[in-house]
Ligand binder design. Structure first.
Ligand SMILES: Nc1ncnc2c1ncn2[C@@H]1O[C@H](COP(=O)(O)OP(=O)(O)O)[C@@H](O)[C@H]1O
Ligand SMILES: [Mg+2]
Length: 334
């Protein structure tokens, strides 16, 4: 499988009154062509800032990308001017983003037709009539009934779920190579969430698009993603194929996340336990593993060493932990 997006050692900071927030601290990952990749972790661990950095959408000030490379189509996107024409073309047509809150990303004073049509006129050079025609097709495709008559409505005339369908249509409009969906369904009720995730999955498959699926819900990634990156405190702490991570998690944080999602492959009465404690303050980070204070498996070495690097623990599986977790968990089971 060919690599579509290759991110190396990305570092993003925010300058705040309380100090410098290390929101993304040396993150490397890749997305293959036609692949669905999940990013998981609790709120505040750097998932969104990572994706926004890829798109150069970090507000500056207070944010700054201070290092790293973002390779896409043979180019390092971080070499492009933030608001230059090359970066705008990447954002408009090659990589699109779907956010959690469609109401904040849709323009309230433009009709749906204008919003979908705009980028197609700009990036696909369609005339107004053709853009409108394609916008109607796209709305039907994402399951908006009577698309022809709804195309001139304004965002507030749609329900939350329907607005998110519009966002998906906009995301698909210019045939992007990659869609980054950041908690695309988190704000919606559970039933709508499931329907929309299925829709997104079917559409990316149909259009051969890759998908980065950001979510705090490991259950969602388990169902849709082929590979997972687990983030904690601005870093990737575990990466690997979804099956492998569910069957053999190698970072205590991943083990913690797995214990708080309902699993179909386990008895229903098995207790769900949240991870104790809170994620660290990203301003004053100690040099050791950031998960240490919450870790049930910590060993002496953890307190005496700097944060462990992400190290291979299997063929395509890596984890940033000193503990031989597999052996430890096996003993626990005995
Ligand atoms: N504009 C900002 N100013 C200051 N800090 C920010 C800003 N945006 C994000 N952060 C901080 O960056 C860290 C990572 O945030 P984020 O990527 O949004 O987390 P996630 O998406 O995983 O919930 C958090 O500590 C957050 O407070
Ligand atoms: Mg987020």
């Amino acid at each position: 499988m060919a690599i579509l997006l290759d991110v190396k050692n990305l570092q993003t900071r925010f300058d705040t009154e309380a100090g410098v927030v290390k929101a993304v601290d040396g993150v490397s990952f890749h997305i293959n062509e036609q692949e669905i990749v999940g990013f998981v972790g609790e709120s505040g661990c750097g998932k969104s800032v990572t994706q926004l950095s890829v798109m150069q959408l970090i507000p500056n000030p207070p944010g700054r990308i201070i290092g790293g490379e973002v390779w896409f189509d043979g180019k390092d996107l971080l070499k492009y001017e933030r608001n230059g024409s090359e970066m705008r073309s990447v954002r408009g047509s090659k990589i699109s983003m779907i956010f959690q809150e469609p109401m904040t990303s849709l323009n309230p004073v433009l009709t749906i037709s204008e919003q979908i049509g705009e980028s197609m006129q700009l990036h696909l050079r369609l005339n107004k009539a053709d853009a409108r025609k394609r916008a109607v097709e796209l709305l039907s495709l994402v399951g908006i009934p009577a698309a022809e008559s709804r195309i001139d409505d304004y965002p507030h005339q749609f329900s939350g779920g329907m607005r998110q369908r519009v966002m998906i249509a906009i995301g698909l409009a210019c045939n992007p190579r990659l869609i980054i969906a950041d908690e695309p369904t988190t704000a919606l009720d559970v039933t709508t969430q499931a329907v929309l995730l299925e829709l997104i999955k079917d559409l990316v498959k149909r259009f051969n698009t890759s998908l980065t699926l950001v979510t705090h819900n490991l259950g969602v990634v388990a169902r849709y993603a082929q590979r997972i990156y687990v983030m904690y405190a601005g870093r990737i702490v575990e990466a690997g194929p979804t099956n492998e991570i569910f069957a053999h998690p190698r970072h205590p944080y991943t083990v913690g996340l797995l214990k708080c999602v309902p699993r179909l492959d386990q008895p229903r009465d098995k207790q769900l336990v949240p991870i104790e404690g809170l994620p660290p303050n990203l301003i004053k980070m100690p040099p050791m593993c950031a998960f240490l204070p919450r870790c049930a498996y910590r060993i002496n070495r953890c307190e005496k060493s700097h944060w462990p690097p992400l190290t291979p623990v299997g063929e395509h599986h890596s984890a940033a932990c000193f503990v031989n977790l597999e052996a430890t968990l096996e003993n626990d089971d005995k």
